[in-house]
Design a protein around this ligand. Sequence first.
Ligand SMILES: Nc1ncnc2c1ncn2[C@@H]1O[C@H](COP(=O)(O)OP(=O)(O)O)[C@@H](O)[C@H]1O
Ligand SMILES: [Mg+2]
Length: 514
Amino acid sequence: MPLYNKNKSGTMRSFEVKGVTKRFEGVVALKEAEVKFEGPKVCGLVGANGSGKTTFARICAGEIKPDTAHFIFDGEKAIIRSPADAKKYGIVLVHQHLSLIPELSVWENINLGNEVRKGIFTNNKIAKENAIKIINELGQSDISIESKVVDLTPEGKQMVEIAKALLQEPKLLILDEPTASLEYFHVEQLFKKIKELKKGKISIIFISHRLWEITKICDIVFAFSNGKSVGTVDFEKQPRDENLIIPLVTGSKKGYTTYLQKEKGQLEKAKVVLELKDISYEKKLQNISFSVKKGEVLGIGGLAGQGQEELLLILAGVISPTNGQIVVNDIEVKIKHPKDIIKKDVFLIPGDRQRDGLFMNHSIFENVIYPRFPMKRDRFILNYKKLTAITKEVMEKIQVTPPEIRNLIKNLSGGNQQKVVFAKWLQFTPKILLLNDPAKGIDIQSKNLLYRFVHELSKDGTTGILYSSDNEELICNCNRVLIMFEGQIVDELIGDEISEEKIIESSLRIGSKN
Ligand SMILES: Nc1ncnc2c1ncn2[C@@H]1O[C@H](COP(=O)(O)OP(=O)(O)O)[C@@H](O)[C@H]1O
Ligand SMILES: [Mg+2]
């Protein structure tokens, strides 16, 4: 009998979660969301980026505390306040962003948190046997359990993550975009496994953007939009037709107040400031070519993980392309290091500000003045008074509250932190701003303010290249949007063509043969 079919504690016959509401610092991630089905089933969860799917999954797994939520399993009220509670009910989540420890081996990762004990010692022999068995059951016998996770392919890592979840004998397995890093062949393998799990009476909540996957594997589908439940398709009663799902995942309006107003003629006459020729990067980017004009805001859209971030990181000098040319103001530049491009007044606003954008344990002041030092932009040694004045001036512009420049970054809200990231570069005049999902997870007021800066700068001739996981931000802020899919540009939307429907259609390759 396969290991995961042990499922000692029985099947979850009915799963109901309702009234799920969750706010993060002013961002409403979920509002009265609900999912309900009779098990065992494969239940799809769909919705645009930012619609609340991951938050919902993490609340069910006890990782995030909801503001409100009602859980009813097998007709009985359940309480989930921690991962241990969720585990008690047999709910196990496989994360969208993998949670493995890179330096540990495959078998150690699989058993982590679920160690087999022999007296007070962990029993490594059984742990290894279990790991081999489960890896084989997943059709991954080419993965050695002794390999370090860091050495695996993204697919291998995903499969190990799933193996780890299965070892916990779930009654309900939640897979958050498990196919995003898988190639077609492996998706098929995963689907085979999902079917077997269902036969073993395990239910699955399957989160994916790919509609063909949803129609193929799911029995019932729930759609979220802006954190609300907006519809259900039950394939046991309705045809397996993508067209039933499309209207549920398109058409969200979140009420941004900032819209980019730009006269068409103005841009036509503008000079090209940046040109990419055949840029490739490992398997992530293939022959990317495009140009951008002075004052243009160019959006980069598509499903998450299609190479958009790599593209921006190449332009910022964080990673180097394997091929291709980058031309800034008619001169080819070899970007080997971030400073090569910072010198050209091209600045990156990273999305993960905690990791890439700021020194969390330092003050606003120290963070804002930092770029002046390594770049030696000022010939004369700057005095403290002048630096303080500069910082105060940009602080006023970006309205960080309270405007106290000695405050430590780690004590600021997400919105205020991101304003400081902007402030670092606002003291110079950027020629090109590379915006890598800059407003992710921040409140709507800060978001509007940040984009107002982008607009003001673009009026003065700054070019913006904006990757956003939120289509609404692309619609409101861009003159043109390129859609990426599997490392290539597959569509270009200009001006009035930029709409939620068009972006989603191109992102999902609806109507294409791909
Ligand atoms: N830890 C967090 N802090 C602040 N905002 C968050 C956090 N996690 C998610 N959000 C916000 O909640 C909303 C829903 O996000 P998420 O659940 O990740 O959506 P999805 O998985 O559907 O793309 C988004 O606006 C996101 O920016
Ligand atoms: Mg998600």
